[in-house]
Write a protein that binds this ligand. Structure first.
Ligand SMILES: Cc1ncc(COP(=O)(O)O)c(C=O)c1O
Length: 423
């Protein structure tokens, strides 16, 4: 199919809620992926610093991924449903246990991040017999009704009927909110709910809020929140869907704080681009609810599970966590922190192999137009960059965690040149 035909069919028939034409009216149509590069039919290479919304962290066509897919395809079994065991699913449980906190010995596999959030809500409600939920201002947890109810953002919430009556939203550390203030707000809420005999079934938090522009909660906040949750016997879930599996330079973003959450929720880069998410918890939550309480048709698909095993093995075998902390993060910091001196750039936030550059106008208001203009200019220079921030005021880079120093440095030089020329 030609690129024009692809664009025409997509434009005419895709649900308009898809993001395909959000940045430009004629996005490139890629026909091949090679490591960090995406190629159009005429062989033009684009450096992919978006990674399919943080899914293809090992880059495209990684040999370990291709071998894993071939191994499954050679069996001829694409799925056996949820009622039969699968060696590929079992291997994934084995690998996940090796990187998770020791108490979290049970895994629920699902198909998307939002569904993993739903599964966490349901299993916490089932185990505690409680209904109330707590999330944080600025959090992003997905678009199904339950997950969206716990997500910030008027534009994406307003048209729908959410579960607001049973949800409390707490402040997250960030601009105008210190970690101590955020902890005090959590303590006040928990004490009130305890008095009212209406404790939450679950507290859901991200160690680093990525979608709203890369805000880190910080270790002191996570340690404090974890001990408050223990004191009130409220299960704590860490949403690691974006940051987990190496993005921050550790297996999980919360690893920097040393806490032991009750739930760890994974997705995105776990399976290198195939639809798979996972929820890990102890027996209390995932070892006691009866068969069939949360299932879905494609759960634990062998192709997706084999991809996930290959992802985890590759990160371990090639020390990609070290590559993030020792190569990617320092190059990004050295290249991009000086941008803070330029007019219109209000912040440069980093967390491992990712950065958010925040733009504000002279009046101090978020400047999404400039963030979008830069993404478009980068696209014209064959570099794919992402948008983020509550009003779209951030330009985000989410490179593969395999990316070598040279293409990264070259892309960052081009970015600096474009930022300076639009200052
Ligand atoms: C932290 C976080 N949680 C949940 C989700 C939802 O995942 P999905 O889009 O796979 O439903 C996302 C997606 O961006 C996310 O970043």
């Amino acid at each position: 199919m030609t690129p024009d035909h692809t664009l025409r069919l997509t434009r005419d028939h895709e649900s308009t809620s898809a993001n395909t034409f959000r940045l430009v009216p004629d996005p490139p149509v890629f026909v091949r992926g090679e490591g960090p590069w995406l190629l159009t039919a005429d062989g033009t290479r684009y450096l992919d610093l978006v990674c399919g919304s943080a899914t293809t962290s090992l880059g495209h066509g990684h040999p370990a991924h291709l071998a894993a897919l071939q191994e499954v395809m050679a069996t001829g079994i694409m799925h056996t449903g949820t009622r039969l065991p699968s060696p590929f699913r079992a291997a994934l449980y084995d690998r996940l246990l090796a990187i998770l906190p020791p108490e979290l010995t049970r895994i629920q596999l699902v198909n998307s991040g939002a569904e993993a959030i739903e599964a966490a809500i349901k299993s916490a409600q089932f185990a505690t017999g409680r209904s109330r939920l707590v999330a944080f201002d600025g959090g992003y947890h997905g678009r199904t009704l339950g997950a969206l109810s716990l997500t910030s953002g008027d534009r994406i919430r307003a048209p729908f009927h959410l579960l607001e009556a049973s949800i409390d939203i707490l402040p997250y550390p960030g601009p105008g909110v210190t970690p101590d203030q955020a902890l005090a707000a959590a303590e006040t809420l928990f004490a009130q709910r305890f008095e009212a005999r209406d404790l939450p079934a679950l507290v859901l938090v991200e160690a680093v809020q990525a979608v709203s522009g890369l805000y880190s909660a910080g270790a002191s906040f996570l340690v404090g929140l974890s001990s408050l949750c223990r004191a009130y016997d409220i299960p704590l879930a860490l949403d690691e869907i974006w940051n987990g599996i190496g993005r921050t330079g550790r297996w999980f973003g919360f690893d920097y704080s040393g806490i032991y959450p009750d739930f760890v929720i994974m997705g995105k880069s776990l399976s290198g681009g195939l639809p798979l998410s996972a929820l890990a918890a102890s027996d209390r939550f995932l070892g006691r609810w009866p068969a069939g309480m949360h299932t879905s048709t494609f759960q634990g698909n062998p192709l997706a599970c084999a991809m996930a095993v290959a992802t985890l093995d590759t990160i371990t075998n090639y020390n990609l966590l070290g590559h993030v902390t020792d190569v990617i993060a320092p190059i990004m910091a050295a290249a991009l922190e000086p941008l803070l001196n330029l007019p219109g750039i209000s912040d440069v936030r980093m967390a491992g192999a990712q950065v958010a550059i925040e733009f504000r106008d002279p009046g101090g208001q978020p400047d999404p137009a400039r963030a979008v203009a830069l993404q478009t200019r980068l696209l014209h220079h064959h570099i794919l960059a992402y948008g983020g921030g509550r009003s779209g005021e951030c330009l985000m880079l989410v490179p593969p965690i395999t990316l070598a120093a040279e293409p990264l440095s070259e892309a960052l030089s081009k970015l600096k040149e474009l930022v300076e020329s639009t200052a």
